[in-house]
Design a protein around this ligand. Structure first.
Ligand code: DON
Length: 307
């Protein structure tokens, strides 16, 4: 099916139409005021294929902040810089609580469960700040994402970063807890300021789909990171990419993916496709409700499960 562009576009259009009629679209994140204001009726899906084709349907021109999807890119940079020593600060086990749980971090004595829960990503950002200013670190992250997307028109949305800086009290407590366990090298203000800004990197669904090509082995420039790191990141996306909803996601959809609380999901089907989907309403785990339903259907109808 994915070899036939017309059939694939028909399938995606059908899915977008169905999603726009869904009565339950989930609930937009309201703990970040700027996200609470987003229209939940928007929906977009985009798929990049091995021969360079890209098919995009729905609200593909609308920008949204990628939030936790940025953790995939900070992990890629951190593994490149530190190799296996990165894992002295962050674990690689699925989490059993909500993505910003202080209790889970405490139960693990200040070593976050994995790089995708908030505490793990805050520790990663802190590692990237060693020897660099926040501005340089954010520049490096943006440069990596632009290269991955083959597109320089990708920026940070400062009002989303500010909105979260004011209200992200859970993240402040996670950062202070990491600090108390000697797992934060910089002041909370510096690390969190950088973290909030990379979560606020914004792009549209078509751009996001292109960023995933380096993890699917489909980037036109070849490899952007070591093949061993591609394998590690895909394994973590599969087991931890949807937090404590990762088992359910793997069961229903069947390929590695990372969600963000603004409703985006970046999915990787090794050697076959990179897919992004965006629908702002979330399920109880903080993952896109209709985005997951759409990926489940694409997976089933186009035969994309890795299992
Ligand atoms: O730190 C936060 O809470 C957000 N900037 C990112 C969390 C997130 O995307 C969770 N994902 N579903």
């Amino acid at each position: 099916m994915i070899e036939d562009s017309a059939a694939l576009e028909t399938l995606l259009t059908e899915i977008v139409d169905r999603m726009s009629q869904a009565a339950d679209k989930g609930a937009v994140a309201d703990y970040i005021p700027e996200l609470a204001a987003i229209d939940p009726a928007q929906f977009a899906i985009s798929i990049c294929l091995p021969d360079g084709r890209q098919i995009s349907v729905g609200d593909v021109q609308a920008d949204f902040s990628i939030q936790s999807i940025s953790k995939v890119f900070t992990l890629a940079i951190a593994l490149g810089r530190y190799g296996d020593t990165y894992w002295t600060r962050v674990g690689r086990e699925p989490s059993t609580s909500v993505f910003n749980s202080v209790q889970e971090l405490e139960s693990r004595n200040g070593i976050p469960a994995n790089p995708f829960v908030n505490s793990g990503a805050i520790a990663t950002t802190d590692a990237l700040l060693v020897g660099a200013t926040p501005k340089e670190t954010l520049g490096e992250i943006l440069q990596f994402i632009r290269l991955a997307a083959s597109d320089d028109d990708i920026y940070i949305n400062p009002s989303i970063a500010e909105s979260e800086k004011r209200t992200g009290h859970r993240n402040w407590s996670l950062a202070h807890f990491l600090k108390s366990c000697d797992n934060l090298r910089h002041e909370c203000e510096l690390t969190l300021g950088t973290y909030f800004h990379h979560c606020a990197i914004s792009m549209n669904c078509a751009q996001l789909a292109r960023t995933g090509r380096f993890l699917a082995g489909l980037h036109p420039a070849g490899t952007l990171i070591l093949p061993a790191h591609v394998r590690s990141i895909n394994a973590l996306m599969m087991t931890c990419g949807h937090y404590n909803g990762s088992g359910e996601f793997a069961y229903r959809v069947g390929f590695p993916a990372k969600s963000g609380v603004s409703g985006g999901i970046l999915a990787v089907i090794p050697k076959r496709a990179s897919i992004a989907v965006w629908s702002p309403g979330l399920d109880r785990y903080g993952n896109s409700l209709l985005g997951t339903a759409a990926l489940e259907e694409v997976s089933r109808r186009a035969g994309l499960s890795v299992f």
